[in-house]
Design a protein around this ligand. Structure first.
Ligand code: T1G
Length: 699
């Protein structure tokens, strides 16, 4: 008995329990242990059935993702799960899979190689491989359609979302929902002496080639919209559609071919980088794991505007009572009305039950006073991006909050230390930069000031979990990680238009590359008045390499603030749909003539390099300065806060994919052509010289 698969016997049933914490991944030794258990059962006449389940918190949650890089590099043998599972399926004695927690990827594939599946009601099953740039590689695209039907299989494999045990029962993946103890339920199922039923032999739910292809086409369109640029979803659809024309064995071979192509592709490397990166960012090297955190049972938010209201919702959604303060009742009423509208929209979309929405609303207490702040464990300031105002609020909070409570600011660029300096408790002051809309965006930048204590940093990072955020720790600089880099990124986009490109050409180049929105359209979304104020503050702080004036200032001075004023870089209709505005083209050419800016045309590749290399170069500076702990922290900020596609892995991962020597060559060229803003970051030069990627660097 391997320690990874523990075998026991009861009532003539051989029980194989996978014991590979934390998620019972199919690491080397686990599939072999399962196969050995099934063979042991076959050889033992006293055994009439096999039950396979997971110990701890879940069934098998998939292949061991950490193995993939080793498989691609040849250090580890290719995945041969499909062959192992087929042998399990060939067992002459019924194999019953008992599912709790998550049966995902190879976990569900293993379950489907069983003859029957029972599950507890709280279990979920899915094929989320596309979220890793992969497709099911152990028979999932061939067995799932045979159990659940082609349409359900296409939806699960192409979109990657898991389904509940109840839905799995309804569509035929699961045979029974077990009340009470899962193992007892599985043993009772085995005691009914079910006949062996091999999934691979089921044909009645398969479709003919025409029907399969029509369905595949429908899902290709949906994937083109929801998963733009990703290749794995399309490969998964091809594998499933092939069930209409290939035998099971040939279907397995075809799936294998498509899986291997995905595994060796850049998109899978990028998405696996993001998968682990989203977990790495929670690990703070200088914070021992046992750093005590402070309790957060009650919260308070100051400012009932868009951000403050969204932040209050985050606390309410986590079940944490929260005071929401503004200076006037009308402002407060507006804020509460927006929150109520947001919850009503979630109920309308079926994301929330009406009762849940009411419960959450009831956790938000509007107030125009600081009364009650003394019971809060944390207050988050979310007012106008103006230092004097923030300092005044922190003086008030310092008085209103109990000793030991945390004072957090949602500032997106301003100096945390300046804010902490006006309080008696700088150790308890921290930045918690939410991204708009705060109740939707997953990213949370936690910003440590020079005096922020380890316990407060650990508490803010830990708070991300109940708030369902991904927290990334940032040092204290202008713009922290995301906005510090977004400055040069957008400045280059504006410069390209000043030099002859059109706004839509610049935006389309970046959206074709994969960004959710182009840099100029983002300016219109956030508000050119907001970015103008941020620029003025940056100029006042004498941030290096900033042009004193850009064409975007002209748009601001004309009152063209973007979507909020229906005019910005683009013209917006009542549904905020953007169209190119010839007036802007005329204005920017006029501006360029006055400024004496030479005009020329640009290719999309040049635009992408100009804008992304500026982002990467600034990211390298952040690493040198210790503002970002690791390059993956920057990648996670950009994937979760700025619309960078996971299949690009984030700007720093992308730099590695391009090759740092090539990036450096481009930066040097721009430095020669465009001046000091393009001075290559020493870290970029060093790593390019050493032939390394940013991921291979650590402080
Ligand atoms: N392989 C290796 N490590 C994994 C892992 C996996 N499949 N899943 C999780 N971990 C690690 C994770 O990095 C973290 O490590 C710890 O486990 C806890 O994870 C052949 C090819 C199961 C829903 O995509 O969705 O099968 O940070 O923090 O919030 O066709 O983990 O503690 O060091 O996420 O409770 C398909 C991925 C793989 C499932 C649990 N399977 N995992 O969530 O814990 S490809 C997946 C999850 C495949 C086959 C194909 C979640 C979870 P550390 P966690 P959680």
């Amino acid at each position: 008995m391997s320690e990874l698969v523990q075998v026991t016997r009861r009532d003539g049933v051989l029980i194989a329990a996978v014991n590979n914490p934390p998620v019972n991944a199919l690491s080397p030794g686990v599939p072999e242990g399962l196969l050995a258990a099934v063979r042991e059962a076959a050889a033992d006449d006293a055994i009439h059935a096999v039950v396979i389940l997971g110990t701890g918190r879940t069934f098998i949650a998939g292949a061991d993702i950490r193995e993939f890089a080793r498989i691609v590099s040849g250090e580890a043998p290719p995945l041969n799960l499909a062959a192992l599972l087929e042998e399990i399926e060939s067992s002459a004695k019924p194999v019953i899979m008992a599912i709790h927690g998550s049966a995902l990827g190879g976990g569900l594939e293993t379950a489907m190689a069983g003859h029957y599946r029972v599950a507890v009601a709280s279990a979920q099953v899915g094929q989320p491989e596309v979220k890793l740039g992969l497709i099911p590689g152990a028979g999932g695209t061939q067995r799932l359609p045979r159990l659940a039907g082609v349409e359900q299989a296409m939806r699960m494999c192409a979109l990657g979302e898991p389904v509940t045990a109840a839905d799995a029962l309804a569509c035929g993946i699961v045979d029974r929902i077990v009340e009470g103890d899962l193992l007892e339920g599985a043993l009772a199922f085995a005691a009914e002496r079910p006949a062996v039923r091999r999934t691979r032999e089921l044909q009645e739910k398969l479709l003919d080639a025409t029907q399969s292809e029509q369905l595949a086409e429908t899902f290709r369109t949906e994937c083109g919209r929801k998963l733009r640029g990703q290749s794995a979803p399309l490969a998964a659809l091809d594998a499933i559609a092939a069930t209409a024309r290939l035998s099971f064995a040939d279907g397995i071979a075809y799936e294998r071919e498509l899986f291997d192509a995905c595994l060796r592709g850049a998109q899978s490397r990028a998405m696996i980088h993001v998968f682990f990166g989203e977990r790495t960012v929670a690990k703070i090297p200088f914070l021992p794991k046992e750093t005590a955190t402070l309790p957060v049972r009650r919260a308070a938010v100051v400012g009932a505007g868009t951000m403050g209201g969204g932040i209050a919702m985050c606390f309410a959604n986590a079940g944490i009572p929260v005071l929401l303060k503004d200076t006037t009742q009308p402002a407060l009423d507006r804020g509460m009305a927006t929150i109520r509208r947001n919850y009503e929209a979630s109920v309308r979309k079926g994301r929330l039950a009406a009762a849940q929405a009411e419960q959450r609303l009831a956790l938000i207490t509007p107030t125009v006073q600081y009364d009650g702040f003394g019971e809060a464990d944390i207050a988050v300031e979310a007012v106008f991006e103006e230092m004097k105002l923030k300092q005044q609020i922190f003086r008030d909070l310092d008085r209103a909050m109990r000793p030991g409570a945390i004072l957090a600011t949602n500032t997106s660029t301003l100096d945390i230390d300046f804010i902490a300096a006006v309080t008696s408790r700088p150790k308890f002051v921290v930045g918690t930069h939410f991204f708009s809309p705060a109740n939707v965006m997953r990213l949370l930048e936690v910003v440590r000031g020079k005096d922020t204590s380890p316990a407060v940093i650990a508490t803010a990072m830990e708070l991300a979990k109940p708030l369902k955020k991904i927290a990334v720790l940032s040092g204290n600089c202008f713009g922290f990680i995301g906005n510090r880099m977004f400055g040069p990124y957008r400045e280059q986009a504006v410069s390209l238009v000043e030099e002859g490109a059109t706004a839509q050409q610049v935006d389309e180049a970046l959206t074709s590359w994969g960004m959710a929105m182009g840099p100029l359209a983002v300016g219109d979304l956030a508000g050119l008045d907001v970015s103008w104020r941020v620029r003025q503050e940056a100029l006042r702080l004498r941030r290096p390499h900033l042009e004193p004036k850009t064409f975007e200032d002209v748009l601001y001075e004309l009152g063209r603030y973007g979507q909020k004023s229906s005019l910005g870089w683009y013209r917006y209709d009542e549904n905020r749909r953007a169209t190119a505005d010839p007036e802007v083209e005329h204005l920017v050419r006029e501006y360029a003539a006055v400024q004496g800016i030479a005009q020329r045309t640009f290719t999309s590749q040049e635009i992408v390099e100009r804008v992304l290399y500026a982002l990467i170069n600034e990211g390298a500076r952040l690493l040198e300065e210790g503002i970002a702990l690791r390059s993956v922290d920057i990648d996670i900020v950009y994937v979760n806060g700025y619309g960078c596609p996971a299949w690009r892995g984030g700007p720093m991962h992308y730099a590695g994919a391009v090759g740092l020597a090539k990036v450096l060559e481009g930066v040097r060229k721009f430095h020669d052509e465009l001046g000091p803003a393009w001075k290559p970051a020493p870290l970029l030069e060093q790593l390019a010289r050493e032939g390394k990627t940013f991921e291979q660097w650590s402080r």
